[in-house]
Design a protein around this ligand. Structure first.
Ligand SMILES: [Fe+2]
Length: 193
């Protein structure tokens, strides 16, 4: 595509993984790939993320995770494979909501305002997804790094709670969108400096 591919290595994300015993001895390797700004339209940009099927110890491969700063939404579309989009809403001192969306090729998933999100590849095939987001958006990785990830991990044994959160809410699931919204103007966001 002629665009530079950013690589997220294991060493960049050890602090957000479940299986700490495994991370202590695992050699560094490439976990996932990002191509940002493949397309730009109406103040939005389109990125692609590719997560090969790999285990990170007992946990399935995933993105590192971040919150969006401000009231910024993001729309994902699954291009290949299957993904689980885990999202949680940040509140004053505690998480206000946590849910996941299972999505397969052609499905879309919206990340609402103030939700941090992680995408997991739970399958044996490569997960490839595209996303539209404001060109002005800024990410907050630190809030998730300091907690060692979102409030749940997806492991070989299923969902496991992250004990770094004082209170972990019950996890619920939501359905993906079955098609791309026609108008993406609702994704526009201006940084309120
Ligand atoms: Fe995001």
């Amino acid at each position: 595509m002629g665009l530079e591919t950013e690589i997220r290595y294991l060493d960049d994300m050890k602090m957000v993984l479940y299986d700490k015993a495994w991370t202590r001895t695992a050699p560094n390797f490439e976990v996932y790939y990002m191509q940002r700004g493949i397309e730009e339209k109406n103040d939005l940009r389109y990125d692609i993320t590719i997560i090969p099927p790999k285990m990170l110890g007992q946990e399935f491969a995933k993105t590192k995770g971040h919150y969006h700063i401000g009231e910024c939404q993001e729309l994902y579309i699954v291009l290949e494979g299957e993904g689980i989009f885990l999202m949680q809403k940040k509140g004053e001192g505690k998480i206000q909501d946590v849910y996941y969306v299972k999505a397969k090729k052609g499905d879309c998933v919206l990340v609402p305002p103030f939700y941090g999100h992680v995408t997991i590849n739970p399958g044996s095939k490569t997960l490839k997804m595209g996303n539209w987001i404001s060109k002005e958006y800024m990410a907050d990785y630190e809030s998730i790094e300091t907690k060692g990830g979102l409030s749940y991990y997806y492991t070989q044994a299923g969902w496991v709670q992250n004990k770094n959160y004082e209170e972990v809410l019950k996890l619920h699931s939501e359905m993906p969108l079955k098609s791309m919204p026609r108008n993406l103007d609702f994704l526009k966001w201006s940084n309120p400096k």
